[in-house]
Design a protein around this ligand. Structure first.
Ligand SMILES: CC(C)(COP(=O)(O)OP(=O)(O)OC[C@H]1O[C@@H](n2cnc3c(N)ncnc32)[C@H](O)[C@@H]1OP(=O)(O)O)[C@@H](O)C(=O)NCCC(=O)NCCS
Length: 178
């Protein structure tokens, strides 16, 4: 599956994207705030591509202008009992070299369309850890509504964090479409 926006191509990860992934995933500004440790080697990034990023509906975010993989975005298979099912969670990360251009909101808007129209979801949710202002802004810009906050286990970082949950139901999404 390939999705396209004005500036981005979203397509499945390939093993030889490991170099591009490692380039930004070794940066300590990216993973830890999202709940995963920095990548320690090219091999580490390759393994993540073959495991975590091999899941269905997880996409490499490709900058159309350069052909470079600059991030990841997709449905991470989360289940939220508080929302009308079927629902799924969107997760994302972007290379710091590309921050601040509205690229992730552009990718997430496309994923929402894909989730509601092609996957038949009734609700899409996302969350950010307390203090992750950048992710909060993406969520706000994409029109998600705040639902609740609770402490969650951040398994990969071996800690607990206050987590803020947001969601958009299909009806809310349809109502706010132009
Ligand atoms: C969250 C993230 C994907 C945002 O992507 P993006 O394409 O830069 O999103 P935007 O361009 O809409 O910018 C969002 C906010 O980031 C902040 N920001 C933008 N550029 C920045 C920069 N160079 N340095 C620091 N913060 C910056 C701004 O607060 C901006 O909000 P604003 O537009 O209201 O000013 C990106 O910051 C990232 O990958 N962060 C680390 C991983 C992460 O947190 N993932 C989400 C886990 S829940």
């Amino acid at each position: 599956m390939r999705l396209e926006t004005k500036r981005l191509l979203l397509r499945p990860f390939e093993e030889n994207d490991a170099g591009d992934l490692y380039e930004y995933a070794k940066d300590s500004r990216v993973g830890p705030i999202a709940g995963w440790p920095v990548h320690t080697s090219l091999e580490n990034s390759r393994k993540i591509i073959c495991t975590v990023f091999a899941a269905p509906n997880v996409f490499a975010v490709v900058d159309k202008a350069s052909g470079k993989v600059i991030g990841s975005a997709g449905f991470v298979g989360g289940y939220c009992p508080e929302l009308p099912g079927p629902s799924d969670e969107i997760g994302y990360a972007l290379s710091p070299a590309f921050w601040g251009r509205g690229l992730m909101p552009e990718a997430v808007e496309k994923l929402m369309e894909f989730g509601f129209e092609a996957l038949g979801l009734n609700a899409i949710w996302c969350n950010h850890y307390n203090g992750n202002q950048k992710s909060k802004r993406v969520i706000e810009k994409c029109g998600f509504y705040y639902r609740f906050s609770k402490e969650t286990e951040v398994t990969l970082m071996n800690e607990r964090r206050l987590t803020h949950f947001y969601a958009l139901t299909r009806r809310e999404w349809e109502e706010r479409r132009p």
